[in-house]
Design a protein around this ligand. Structure first.
Ligand SMILES: Nc1nc2c(c(=O)[nH]1)N[C@@H](CN(C=O)c1ccc(C(=O)N[C@@H](CCC(=O)O)C(=O)O)cc1)CN2
Length: 289
């Protein structure tokens, strides 16, 4: 065998916490000639769940290929009731971006992808408006205009799901996509759909958080990236950031200032998800930064 030592692999595990889990994983990797370059683990005393992420490469030319490793690890996984994944980390995850009229978050993701700051592929952009076609096509990304009304929502969501399947999408990013996904759509995308909400959740849910914030007279505004669930703005939070504001700032100023926070928060959440650093832990997340 001639394993390539430059290829990074990722093993992620979650399971009921208990004695010997970490040793079993580390023992497996050592026993298969894996050279660990990064490792994080956490046991949540509240949920009783254990989470682990290991980055490794071939520590010897005889390290088995990934399919063989997966076959062998299944035994360990079964013993501990693990949910797990063992992947070639050099393969860029395939991301579909959904957007409505505001392009700042999409523009930032496209720029980071184009300048190789984000190790992803973007096979498609979908939108319920035409406004951002030029921006997507300027980056060479296919743009799908899928308008939607209450009456056509089921058909439109079917079209989006067909695009996800056809393009073998790993992650859907709602980059200011201003339509509430149905229960069925949210369920179909569970754990693989990230939304950027333009407030510091749980404050100011809904479509107009900046107006709510201005009316309240807050001194901090923020943004929240979270996994999408059927319950609007309630999904497990991945990342948040805040910015100081004061009485001199108009509602329009909050919208303008908030854009910078939204772009940074969403980019971090997409990077961490695509690097398999984020684990769902009931209604919360564990993030190994
Ligand atoms: N199932 C979910 N779908 C979506 C979520 C979510 O958390 N769960 N987040 C939204 C994004 N969002 C806030 O971050 C948001 C978007 C839209 C609305 C809303 O009330 N939309 C109106 C239509 C508004 C319009 O056409 O401009 C509606 O859908 O009736 C609230 C919050 C994305 N989807």
């Amino acid at each position: 065998m001639n394993a390539d030592p430059t290829v990074p692999y990722l093993l992620t595990v979650q399971c009921p916490d208990g004695l010997g889990v970490q040793a079993a994983v580390m023992g497996f990797l050592a026993g298969h000639q894996c050279f660990i370059t990064e490792s994080h683990s956490y046991g949540d005393p509240q949920t009783g769940r254990f989470f682990m992420r290991c980055v490794f490469r071939a520590g010897h030319p005889n390290m088995p290929d990934i399919e063989t490793m997966r076959g062998h690890f299944q035994t360990v996984a079964t013993n501990f009731g693990m949910e797990w994944a063992l992947v070639d980390a050099s393969r860029p995850p395939r991301v579909l971006i959904a957007v409505s009229r505001f392009g700042h978050c999409m523009n930032d993701l496209l720029n980071r992808w184009k300048s190789r700051q984000l190790h992803i592929q973007i096979p498609a952009v979908v939108s319920n408006h035409e406004d951002l076609r030029d921006l997507a096509e300027w980056h060479g990304i296919p743009f799908y205009h899928l308008p939607v009304t209450k009456e056509t929502k089921a058909d439109q969501e079917r079209q989006i799901l067909d695009l996800i399947e056809t393009n073998e999408i790993d992650l859907v990013v709602l980059a200011r996509y201003m339509q509430v996904l149905s229960q069925d759509m949210s369920a179909a995308l569970s754990g693989r759909c990230i939304n950027i909400h333009h407030s510091f959740l749980p404050s100011f849910k809904g479509a107009r958080p900046y107006q709510q914030a201005h009316e309240k007279g807050v001194k901090l505004i923020g943004a929240t990236a979270h996994y999408v669930t059927e319950n609007l703005d309630e999904g497990p939070i991945i990342e948040q950031e805040v910015m100081r504001v004061d009485h001199t700032h108009t509602g329009e100023a909050l919208v303008r200032m908030g854009r910078d926070v939204e772009t940074v928060v969403l980019a971090r959440a997409v990077r961490w998800h695509c690097e398999r650093r984020v684990f769902m832990n009931n209604r919360k997340t564990v993030v190994f930064k």
